[in-house]
Write a new protein. Structure first.
Length: 100
C-alpha cells in the first residue's frame, strides 16, 4: 500500500474566504452604501428639515399675499398705506417730531 501525504484543502478554504469576503462587502454596503441604513436616516432628516422650511415659507407667502391684498385697488387699507409711505419714502406729518 502506498499512502499519499495529506494535502491541505486549499479549494475549500478558498470558498470560505470568498464567501466571508462577499458577506462582509454586502454587509458594509447595506449599512454605509448609497442605499444603506445611514443614507436612509440622512435622507429622512433632510426631508424633515425641508418640510419645516416649506411650512415656514408657506406662512411667509401667506403674509405677503395678505399685505398685497390690503394694498390692492379693490381693498385699500389706509393704515398700511400710511405705514408703507413712512417706511419707504420717509414721509412725516407736519405735526410730528422726528427723533434720530
Amino acid at each position: 500500500m502506498n499512502t499519499s501525504p495529506m494535502r491541505p484543502a486549499i479549494g475549500g478554504m478558498f470558498y470560505y474566504v470568498l464567501a466571508f469576503t462577499l458577506g462582509g462587502y454586502f454587509m458594509f454596503a447595506a449599512v454605509q452604501g448609497d442605499y444603506g441604513i445611514f443614507r436612509r436616516v440622512q435622507i429622512s432628516a433632510e426631508a424633515q428639515d425641508l418640510t419645516t422650511e416649506r411650512d415656514k415659507l408657506t406662512a411667509e407667502l401667506a403674509q405677503i399675499k395678505n399685505l398685497t391684498l390690503r394694498l390692492s385697488d379693490s381693498y385699500l387699507d389706509m393704515d398700511l398705506l400710511d405705514q408703507q409711505a413712512r417706511d419707504v419714502l420717509g414721509y412725516v406729518r407736519a405735526d410730528e417730531i422726528v427723533i434720530r
